[in-house]
Design a protein around this ligand. Structure first.
Ligand code: URP
Ligand code: ZN
Ligand code: ZN
Length: 459
């Protein structure tokens, strides 16, 4: 099968020009003006943007959490991602405390094999570090192509590791060419504030927000960077939300550390006033949404190169699941549906509103994740030999987000009524037309596990 995409505006992290893209099998074979190839299929991309398929390095599919499971599995989650132009995701394997990484990997392989439509990889969450885990970490990097290790500085008793374990993990990971990633919030302070609010009868979703003040994230982010500095390990802070945490990163940049930062679309576009609403549980996530001033800080962090990646932390729950915390905010499953709208939100709120350039949009939605997580240039760019994961995007098309039209397995939208300009129209997934005319043409099992290389420190 061959496809010739004609006359599109081809945008990568570095370039922007009108050209044709010729695809044969799963790869891009040629990019240039008036390509002379005869293809099985020609797609006219005049007045459209053509950019690399998005990579969302922060999603939770079919994940056991807070007494339930996130409501998108590998089929519905990767399908919804494709509708929005995201062709690859990196999900999180959770080690059960007291059990092995090997068993955790097996569980996630069972969840994903034969089920995904788009490509995927895993981060390994280390929730219990000991001598045995150290050996398994090496095996994951050298044999399984899993090179990033997620840690939690919160969720004590379920996922959190202490600073001693963190430093030991960093030493092993550094020695073998991996990276430690982190949910950086101070779990002890949060737990004490949650307990105090519950004891005082403050049980509404607003108190989820008030129990996780900015300082809890700023302090943990700084502590994490100090531990990285001490061990020399490369690191990545997931879902950064606020100015205080960003300033901690700014400080550590003076030490020339290998540190990368991700924020998520919701922290750039939504704010904590939503927690005062009756349906505030929809936005209960950790860390919580913040203030308008934090949005400004994050957009500038992107432009200053302090924030390299925009993910989603997609961790959807249905409204019924959210009702588990109807009487107590601490029982609301944390997370929200987001995988589908990342690219369109970032384009409409970022590029259209003049907050970021088109090249920066490609960089933070695709290229940097591919580079940081060891998949570049196979993923994250439009070049000869790269996987033909391509988005044909109509930059002028207006549409409105709603749970009635989205494809995620959630019966509400966190962005209900949001008006956007710019829509994903056609998506190629390793050379196959995946999305066209609002329909998905791939079957479960087309998506493949991507074995990743060692961590690249130059992006
Ligand atoms: O609220 C969130 N973020 N849920 C998913 C787990 C995590 O902390 O990333
Ligand atoms: Zn987290
Ligand atoms: Zn997460």
């Amino acid at each position: 099968m061959s496809i010739l995409i004609k006359n599109g505006r081809v945008v990568t992290a570095e370039s922007d020009y009108i050209a044709d893209v010729y695809v044969e099998g799963e790869q891009i074979v040629a990019v240039g003006k008036d390509l002379p190839y005869k293809a099985n299929r020609i797609i006219n991309a005049k007045n459209k943007l053509v950019f690399p398929g998005g990579i969302d390095p922060h999603v939770h599919l079919d994940m056991p959490f807070m007494g339930t499971y996130s409501s998108d599995d590998y089929t519905s989650g990767t399908r919804a991602a494709l509708f929005g132009g995201t062709t690859m995701v990196i999900d999180f394997i959770l080690q059960t405390q007291g059990d092995t990484l090997k068993n955790a990997l097996k569980t996630w392989q069972e969840k994903s094999q034969g089920k995904a439509l788009g490509d995927y990889s895993y981060h390994m969450a280390v929730t219990d570090f000991n001598k045995k885990t150290a050996k398994e970490v090496i095996h994951m990097i050298e044999k399984e192509g899993i090179t990033s290790f997620k840690t939690f500085m919160a969720y004590k008793g379920a996922l959190m590791i202490d600073d001693g374990q963190m430093v030991q993990l960093m030493k092993v990971v550094k020695e073998h060419g991996g990276m430690v990633t982190v949910h950086a919030t101070n779990g002890d302070i949060i737990d004490s504030m949650v307990a105090k609010n519950r004891a005082e009868g403050n049980l509404s979703p607003l108190y989820h927000y008030l129990s996780q003040p900015e300082v809890t994230e700023a302090e943990a982010s700084a502590r994490f960077t100090d531990m990285l500095h001490y061990t020399g390990c490369p690191g990545y802070i997931v879902h950064m939300t606020c100015e205080g945490a960003l300033n901690a990163v700014r400080d550590c940049s003076h030490r020339n550390q290998k540190l990368f930062v991700e924020t998520c679309t919701q922290y750039l576009t939504l704010d904590a006033s939503l927690y005062k609403r009756k349906d505030g549980a929809k936005w209960v996530m950790s860390p919580p949404l913040r203030e308008k001033k934090d949005q400004v800080a994050l957009w500038s962090g992107i432009n200053q190169g302090l924030v390299q990646v925009v993910g989603t932390d997609h961790c959807p729950f249905t409204w019924k699941q959210k009702q588990m915390g109807k009487k107590d905010f601490s029982k609301i499953p944390n997370g929200h549906p987001a995988i589908e709208h990342r690219m369109e939100l970032l384009f409409s709120e970022g590029v259209n509103k003049g907050r970021i350039s088109l090249n920066k949009f490609v960089e933070v939605s695709s290229t940097n994740a591919a580079k940081i997580f060891g998949m570049y240039p196979r993923k994250g760019t439009i070049s000869i030999g790269a996987d033909a994961d391509l988005v044909i995007f109509n930059p002028k098309k207006k549409h409105t987000l709603s749970h009635k039209t989205h494809h995620m397995n959630a019966d509400y939208s966190s962005y209900e009524g949001f008006k956007l300009t710019g829509k994903t129209e056609t998506v190629l997934m390793r050379g196959q037309v995946a999305i066209e005319k609002n329909e998905c043409h791939l079957e479960p099992g087309y998506g493949k596990f991507v074995k990743r290389g060692k961590i690249s420190l130059t992006i």
